[in-house]
Design a protein around this ligand. Structure first.
Ligand code: C2O
Ligand code: CU
Length: 430
């Protein structure tokens, strides 16, 4: 913490070697280490500054995914950090407690930079809305679970070449927090897992191997109004979920990814729709410390603000690496959005392949999917949603402040190959 109270973080992007497969090391990228980066953590109301140094041989950027902040601090494709130089964004945390993350966003290179290992969690706390009863002892009963799939060459080298798959890189090995076949020793009755799908292309459907139910307590932008008991949670690239699972002493359960329902895509098997994985083993100790029950009310979640009559203010159709018939152009502003005015965006995937939709700077709310209210897992604050083909997703969003007519923010598909190939647009808030 600086003399003026700013919480300062340092991130150095660098190349290193990591043993992602047992006994075999491979060249990887990480922040402050060889793979992934430290969990950053700050409180609502706190000023943060991040010194991002690029120790790689090529430019990269670092984007604060899910963060409400001025466009010039956002770390998108317009903010390359040259090799050897340092970029120092600073802003004040002004949003609810949430599991956010950070990752590179260099124009056309995001898939490779993330795949090689650049990324990390950015946890936000909100002392004014502390929830008693949620496990919150980091690393003990509040555990980050960064899920990524990888493919390897025979000699153990990370294989980061696209093999022509329409969605991008799909690997047959899953690592969690950069660890192969991971386990966590559980010492408490309840464990909160902060799941992040940090894969570049793969969508997961998380659940447990004995099919037990768990409580979904939070999504991308914060806690749900109330816990939702379920057995599966689907996460597409970039999405997060906080779940609480109850354990019995001396038991072993596995978090798995079941075959995800990708909606009416043309060939689900080609996009991972038939794949399942063991993700994380939970090994409970002989004696578990008691955990309080999860409270029935978690957060205040006001009705989303919408324009009169819920009128749709903008439409976005994703098709063929284009949004509304346009490929990403760094020099073109696609949308000019007025500050402080509620908007409804209608978003549609008109392809028969998986896409999702992410918007910078804002947490939105899903109003309807094909005119129906969203399921409970999509009823909270979201910044990324999976788009089942040929369905209309209406989302409510409002850009509260930080006007900047000259510096764009992005909306895009978070399947990173698609993003790199142009499935992205730019907007300014005025
Ligand atoms: Cu997580 Cu525009 O990105
Ligand atoms: Cu896509």
């Amino acid at each position: 913490v600086d003399s003026d109270g700013t919480r300062v973080f340092r991130l150095v992007a660098q190349e290193g070697r990591t043993e992602l497969l047992p006994g075999l090391t491979t060249t990887t990228w990480g922040f402050n280490g060889s793979y992934l980066g430290p969990t950053l953590r700050a409180r609502r109301g706190e000023r943060v500054a991040i010194e991002v140094t690029n120790g790689l041989a090529e430019p990269t950027t670092v984007h604060w995914h899910g963060m409400h902040l001025p466009a010039r601090m956002d770390g998108g494709p317009h903010q390359p950090v040259a090799p050897g130089s340092t970029w120092r964004p600073t802003w004040t945390i002004d949003q609810p407690a949430a599991t956010l993350w950070y990752h590179p966003h260099p124009h056309g290179q995001t898939e490779k930079h993330v795949y090689r290992g650049l990324g990390g969690l950015f946890l936000l706390d909100d002392p004014s809305a502390e929830v008693e009863g949620l496990p919150s002892n980091y690393g003990v009963d509040d555990v980050p679970v960064i899920v990524q799939d990888k493919k390897f060459h025979r000699d153990g080298r990370l294989d980061d070449e696209d093999d022509g798959n329409e969605v991008g890189l799909l690997g047959s090995t899953v690592v969690v927090n950069g660890t192969y076949a991971p386990y966590h020793e559980v010492t408490t009755e309840r464990v909160r897992l902060r799941l992040l799908n940090a894969s570049t292309a793969r969508t997961y459907a998380f659940g447990f191997d004995d099919d037990r139910s768990f409580l979904l307590v939070g999504t991308d932008g914060g806690l749900l109004a109330a816990p939702y008991e379920t057995k599966r949670i689907r996460l597409s690239p970039g999405e997060r979920a906080e779940i609480v699972v109850t354990m019995e002493p001396q038991s072993v359960v596995h978090l798995r990814s079941y075959e995800p329902d990708l909606g009416s895509v043309a060939a689900p098997f080609a996009f991972g729709g038939n794949d399942s994985f063991d993700v994380l083993e939970l090994r409970a100790a002989r004696v578990l410390a008691p955990s309080p029950p999860v409270p029935g009310v978690l957060a205040r979640l006001p009705e989303p603000d919408v324009p009169p009559g819920g009128r749709v203010t903008r439409r976005f159709v994703l098709q063929d690496r284009q949004i509304n018939g346009k490929r990403m152009d760094m020099e073109r502003i696609d949308e000019v959005v007025p500050v402080g005015v509620p908007e409804v965006w209608e978003v549609r995937n008109d392809d028969l392949v998986p896409h999702n939709f992410h918007v910078h700077d804002v947490q939105f709310r899903v109003l309807t999917i094909d005119d129906q209210p969203p399921p409970p897992e999509l009823a909270g604050r979201k910044d990324t949603i999976y788009l089942e083909p040929r369905r209309d997703y209406r989302i409510a969003l409002k850009f509260e402040d930080y006007v900047d007519a000259d510096f764009p923010l992005m909306y895009h598909c978070h399947l990173l190959l698609h993003e790199d190939e142009g499935l992205m647009g730019q907007f300014v808030v005025v």
